[in-house]
Design a protein around this ligand. Structure first.
Ligand code: AMP
Ligand code: MG
Length: 428
């Protein structure tokens, strides 16, 4: 099934790489160059309501105990555990009920002593004298007394002050990307606003005379502008602020005009026009605009025509034109850059080993194949999602992972293990 893995004959691919030797880098080198170019953005204070997925700019150290006081983990009766010694279904022990504490309430002037119980609700403070809570389900109440049917240990259903968070605990760290539980921690420490890294602004440019935007009539030879919208979606997913700058024609004048406007953002992403074709002007635009080109080709499939440059603190990516390499290059190169600009500590998609369910033949380059993983008997299994041509967006749409075939491996057999990058999983 993977005979059609490549869109071009082998000889053609080799020639391109040799022609561009000076500026071609390996996959790992490309990632390293990008990461070394990142200077994290400054900070801003935002409402806790907006904090989800933002990256913390400061360590969070608690100045309170959570829970604030010892409290009950169950609805039941606060008693002295020792008093239940010998209790059983046949021989229940009776306690006199001397009061009740609701959640949010308190009890003054009453103390649990031998043979007495206070009715207590979940979250209510443990009354003085008690050291355990017996839940309602294990009791029977009648006429001011409660029968307890089994022995109970000290600190049963009992939450100690500070058992969740102590004063001085570093509960979250600078560089953490805030998830819902983290927002909850901040709220429990009474944060109304939080200091986070700013979000990078990201300009998106499409290039190509043949590219038609949504709504435009598609005449012969025209291609719908897919990339601007897949990238817009990805930038939002990683919390950048995207701005779409339209389609630049394949001319120096038009491209320069669009790039000049787009360079106001922290990151510029263009697609297409970065290969070796007669009308591929993106690399010339870099030199014309004094963008410091770091590389213009990566030894990876799909997506070898891929440029990266810097100007001031701005990062400029020239992604390939075909819709799949646009996305795979975004995931491998732009995504970590956006997270890095936002100060995120965790920027790697998890990679697991999976049993391959079909034979794969690859080229002598770092290869990323669109795959779908499943888990059977606690083991990862993976198969490709069909035709792997760079223009085949359907096999990307069907994928939930990328199968990594390293540079020096040319074939992997069904049943062998391969490395698989989980592209839909959070960064670790
Ligand atoms: P290029 O590198 O500019 O020659 O583009 C390579 C291929 O990707 C061509 O078939 C283009 O038509 C296609 N392509 C370029 N830009 C886009 C885009 N924005 N959306 C969809 N396909 C594109
Ligand atoms: Mg083009």
């Amino acid at each position: 099934m993977l005979k059609n893995l490549f869109d071009r004959p082998q000889s053609f691919k080799k020639k391109c790489i040799v022609d561009n030797k000076k500026t071609t880098v390996s996959f790992e080198e490309a990632q390293k160059i990008i990461l070394n170019s990142i200077i994290p953005l400054s900070s801003e204070n935002i409402s806790i309501m907006e904090a989800s997925n933002r990256v913390l700019y400061e360590d969070i150290v608690s100045d309170v105990m959570i829970p604030h006081v010892d409290d009950s983990a169950m609805d039941g009766y606060a008693i002295i555990a020792e008093d239940t010694h010998g209790a059983s279904i046949k021989n229940p022990i009776k306690f006199q009920i001397i009061g009740e504490i609701q959640a949010g309430g308190s009890i003054v002037g009453k103390k649990v002593s031998k043979g007495t119980a206070i009715r207590i609700m979940t979250g209510a403070p443990i009354p003085e004298g008690a050291d355990s809570v017996v839940r309602f389900e294990d009791t029977e109440e009648k006429a001011g007394y409660v029968k307890i049917f089994s022995e109970t240990a000290r600190y049963n259903n009992y939450r100690s002050a500070g058992e969740n968070i102590k004063i001085g605990d570093k509960v979250l760290q600078k560089g953490d990307r805030l998830r819902s539980a983290d927002v909850g921690i901040l709220v429990s420490l009474n944060y109304n606003t939080v200091k986070v890294y700013k979000q990078p602004t990201v300009s998106i440019i499409s290039t190509g005379d043949e590219i038609a935007d949504i709504g435009e009539e598609i005449q012969m030879g025209r291609i719908r502008n897919v990339n601007a919208y897949t990238l817009y979606s990805e930038v939002r997913k990683y919390n950048g602020i995207p701005e779409y700058f339209g389609i630049a024609k394949d001319s120096m004048i038009d491209m320069k005009e669009v790039f000049l406007k787009a360079l106001k953002s922290d990151v510029v992403i263009s697609t297409g026009g970065v290969s070796t074709g007669k009308y591929d002007f993106v690399k010339e635009i870099y030199s014309d605009l004094n963008i410091d080109m770091q590389f213009e080709r990566v030894n990876v499939k799909p997506g070898s025509p891929c440029a990266f440059g810097k100007k001031d603190n701005k990062l400029i990516f020239g992604l390939p034109g075909n819709p799949v390499p646009t996305l795979t290059s975004f995931i491998q190169f732009v995504r970590p850059a956006l997270l890095g600009l936002m100060g995120a500590k965790r920027i790697k998609k998890p990679i697991v080993n999976a049993f391959l369910e079909e034979d794969i033949n690859s080229a002598e380059v770092h290869h990323l194949l669109r795959g779908y993983f499943t888990i059977k008997n606690n083991e990862f299994h993976v198969s490709t999602t069909g035709n792997q041509k760079p223009s085949m967006l359907r096999s990307m749409s069907a994928a939930n992972c990328l199968i990594i075939v390293p540079e020096n491996v040319t074939s992997v057999k069904a049943g062998e293990k391969v490395a698989v990058q989980l592209i839909d999983h959070d960064e670790i």
